[in-house]
Design a protein around this ligand. Sequence first.
Ligand code: NAD
Length: 272
Amino acid sequence: MSRMDGKVAVITGGASGIGRACALRFSEEGASVVVADLNPDRAEAVAAEITDLGREATWTQVDTADADQNEAMADAAVAAFGRLDACVAAAGISHAGYVSREISDQVGQDSWQGGDQWLLAKTVDSWQRVLDVNLTGVMLTNQSAARRMRDGGGGAIVNIASVAGLMALPGGADYCVSKAGVWMLTRCAALELNRYGIRVNAVAPGYIRTPMTAFMTHSDEWVRGRERETPVGRLGEPDDIANACLYLCSDEASFVTGEIICADGGLAADIR
Ligand code: NAD
């Protein structure tokens, strides 16, 4: 018996990085998976990766910042597999110009660590887009998933936060504020949704090798610096986060709700 046998999971941001790792890992443990992402081509490709392995998956396009699209995504899960048991809200952006791998490769380090990302140069539009996707989007995904889970008798939600919700990053005020919001959203949602048998937790990753961080991990100097900063001495891999999400969505975590697990190699241990 695998840990997610018979369960249906929606993974937002499922086309890349941490979300893709969750989709693959959950399906490996028996879940039927809906890969939901803004990027339809990559979402379809990840779903095909899973079905090619003889497991159940489908995909849907969603902009998680849009309430109606979250509702359609949750409906698609129920239409495809009859129920919804688990949801990982992994869709996110590092800054307003970042949408997907292509753009990550283009922008270069300056746009995260300086220039137009610094507070004095922020526009309302760029600030708002980060909050819309990373915070409001997670709330809307939680809402749509929880409505189906309530109707189905329960479930488990995991929000992907970040240690950046605790650690202030120069040039990343919008990102840090959005992730701090996810920490608190998770705790409030856990208290509210408990009555419906729905657990809500978060995973706060440290530095993880994904397309989102590719423009920084290209630099050996940057990688060495983060390795020194991280107590376990390495960057994280997407599976490090997927494994934490898997635990939180499985019945092994039936007594865990309102928790934020820092899967960060100890990065935030001294400030928690
Ligand atoms: P990624 O860019 O590889 O994947 C993010 C995915 O989200 C992409 O497929 C993208 O198309 C999708 N997406 C973006 N905006 C969307 C929207 N509005 N609606 C639907 N999908 C959308 O990045 P990742 O590193 O895998 O990041 C996943 C999550 O983990 C994000 O929330 C990120 O903030 C968080 N995180 C990442 C790190 C890290 O070091 N990589 C650290 C802490 C937290």
